[in-house]
Design a protein around this ligand. Structure first.
Ligand SMILES: Cc1cc2nc3c(=O)[nH]c(=O)nc-3n(C[C@H](O)[C@H](O)[C@H](O)COP(=O)(O)O)c2cc1C
Length: 303
């Protein structure tokens, strides 16, 4: 069995998740590759560089990657680890998904995705799924990991992490940002499920087995905010790239966008979500639950 494990991680969080998910895959020739952009994104980020990646993340603009040295021409399984950036696959990931050398390996190959996100990964996965399908591959399993704290708290703490470079408790009172140490450790509970599917070359029931562990859930309010955000991000990214034709103009637009995002996320979203939950959700509850189940099952036909 030839297995390609390919990923990008800035802080190493996703690497730990992948290692724990795959550590008991045996009797396999594993080629583990970490991709790197030619111009590496800064870590820690400055506030400016962080928000500056939004338009290109959303538009999935390709950046050049360092050459990738694959061991093999083809693999029996590909495990792709990635993280969302601004509700889209991170720029290194969407760039990899536009690299012909990678797409050739995806063709006719089962792909398993492992996601290390804050809590909004659905739209990124829809995009990754489309690109894998277009290349003739198929996603046969998806394991998303989240920060399980409240949406507003995790947005605040992740900014602390990204801008300071420290995965620590802000002011000693906020919870640690990102995927919790416990969830990272318990990621190893997926390793036998993956190993069995890979050794038997039988992926039909893989996602069902993954879901049986009962850890993958989608919170309705967060999903609602993500969907609304996705549409707004698209408009902003087109506006910023079309009108931000000089560094000065782009900087002004990005500053307006940054304050818009803070107000929208922390002040408008809670009100809109409460109204949605009170007035609309009771009437569409069943339909939403069905869609959530399809998404967790990695079936996006209903989208
Ligand atoms: C520029 C940027 C944008 C991000 N946007 C999102 C997002 O839209 N949804 C989300 O769940 N997490 C988001 N995150 C968090 C990442 O998905 C990820 O969990 C975090 O950066 C740690 O990943 P690492 O393994 O690359 O260090 C973002 C992170 C960065 C740096």
């Amino acid at each position: 069995m030839k297995i390609l494990i390919i990923s990008y991680s800035q802080t190493g969080q996703l690497n730990e998740l992948i290692t724990n998910c795959t550590h008991r895959i045996d009797q396999a020739d594993i080629d583990r590759i970490e991709i790197k952009p030619k111009n590496e994104f800064p870590f820690p980020w400055t506030s400016e560089s962080f928000f500056d990646t939004m338009p290109e993340s959303v538009l999935e603009t390709k950046t050049e990657l360092n050459p990738i040295n694959y061991k093999h021409e083809k693999y029996d399984v590909i495990i792709l680890g990635y993280q969302p950036w601004f509700l889209s696959p991170s720029i290194p990931t969407s760039s990899l998904l536009q690299e012909q050398s990678f797409l050739d390996r995806v063709k006719d190959t089962p792909v398993i995705t492992i996601i290390g996100s804050r809590n909004m990964w659905v739209n990124a996965q829809i995009s990754v799924d489309k690109r894998i399908s277009a290349a003739g591959g198929k996603i046969v399993g998806n394991i998303p990991f989240n920060d399980s704290h409240n949406n507003y708290i995790s947005a605040f703490t992740i900014l602390h992490w990204m801008l300071s470079g420290k995965k620590t408790k802000k002011w000693g009172i906020f919870p640690k940002p990102g995927v919790s140490s416990k969830d990272i450790e318990e990621a190893s509970s997926y390793t036998d499920v993956l190993n069995t599917a890979i050794q038997n070359n039988e992926f039909q029931n893989l996602q069902t087995e993954i879901l049986k562990q009962g850890k993958i859930t989608l919170k309705t309010g967060i999903w609602f905010v993500e969907n609304a955000g996705r549409r707004v991000f698209k408009i902003w990214s087109i506006l910023i790239t079309k009108l931000g034709t000089t560094p000065k103009k782009r900087k002004i637009l990005l500053t307006i966008y940054k304050y818009y995002l803070i107000v929208a996320l922390f002040f408008i979203a809670p009100i809109v979500v409460s109204i949605f939950k009170l007035l609309i959700l009771p009437f569409v509850y069943k339909r939403i639950n069905k869609r959530k189940f399809y998404i967790c099952s990695n079936k996006f036909e209903m989208e």
